[in-house]
Design a protein. Structure first.
Length: 309
């Protein structure tokens, strides 16, 4: 079992190497353009001032049943569905003592940031996060949908619109497969326009490079791994590519390439291919492969990083 699994991991790494090298020149922007320019961002950085509403950490055990964690003032809650984790996992919700500075030109925070700790892996099913603001005090912002979500990715704050906004209750909700530092606030008009322009650029980039890069790597990886596992390569490849067409993972990969984030791209590609292949059959070894974290596949990251630089 281990020998066969190792072959599949190495095979996927080699496939990525071949595809990336053969697609030289059709990858991300040559200058590694990112939607967050760190050098210019330093000008508008300021401290996130807030009063913590959580005086004692809120803890819950997730995994075997649905759990909901709510702040004392009920201005935030997170609902973690059953089987979000493979095993019982303790989650800890806090207001951190300090957080990295925020760019005041882009975002004006509302309330305190939230830190959800304890989950070291990607969730199997998305958690629902809900922020609540005063619907009267923020009536204009709720109407204009200018209240967005922010999360800290380890290097910078990222901003994105919520999945839904309820103007009557002041609830702003979104789903996530990852836990981190989160917060909510008012997005500036300039940043909103920049985000929309970036999203349009990503879509155009995805359309331009779809057949040359992302789908080519996914197809090649699916075919070769299917052969190793004794599965029908044609049917497996069809299912993988069809599954990619209706998932946000495709645009995520295009976005990662567009920003030059090769590490996250390789992790997402590995996850997408193995998850979609698992749905193509009942191969027990493949299902075991899907449960492994993409972070534990250094071969893929190395191949992508070396060939893109």
């Amino acid at each position: 079992m281990k020998t066969k699994y190792s072959k599949v991991v190495i095979l996927l790494s080699l496939i990525l190497s071949v595809c990336l090298s053969s697609c030289n020149g059709t990858g991300p922007l040559s200058n590694g353009t990112s939607q967050n320019n760190q050098s210019s961002d330093a000008v508008g950085l300021k401290e996130w001032e807030y009063t913590a509403s959580i005086t004692e950490p809120i803890k819950a055990i997730a995994g075997l049943e649905t759990v909901v964690m709510t702040t004392p003032q009920e201005d935030f809650s997170v609902s973690i569905p059953i089987l979000a984790f493979d095993t019982s996992t303790e989650l800890i919700l806090t207001n951190p003592e300090t957080v990295p500075e925020i760019d005041s030109r882009k975002f004006e925070p509302i309330g305190a940031p939230l830190d959800i700790a304890g989950a070291n892996t990607r969730l199997n099913r998305p958690a629902l996060l809900t922020f609540r603001v005063d619907p009267q005090s923020y009536a204009e912002e709720l109407r204009d949908q200018s209240i967005w979500i922010t999360y800290y990715d380890g290097q910078t704050w990222e901003y994105f619109p919520p999945d839904s906004v309820n103007r009557e209750t002041g609830e702003i909700t979104f789903e996530t497969y990852h836990f981190s530092l989160f917060g909510t606030g008012k997005i500036s008009e300039e940043e909103r326009l920049a985000q929309y322009a970036h999203k349009q650029a990503v879509r155009e980039f995805a359309e331009k490079n779809k057949s040359q890069l992302i789908e080519k790597m996914a197809a090649t990886a699916s075919e070769e791994i299917a052969k190793q596992l004794g599965m029908d390569p044609n049917s497996v490849t069809y299912i993988v590519l069809e599954g990619m067409s209706d998932t946000s993972d495709y645009l995520n990969m295009a976005d990662q390439l567009h920003k030059g984030d090769y590490k996250e791209f390789s992790k997402t590609l590995s996850k997408v291919v193995t998850e979609k292949m698992a749905k193509a059959g009942t191969n027990s070894m493949l299902k075991e492969l899907v449960t492994l974290e993409p972070n534990n596949n250094p071969f893929i990251f190395t191949a992508v990083f070396i060939l893109f630089n």
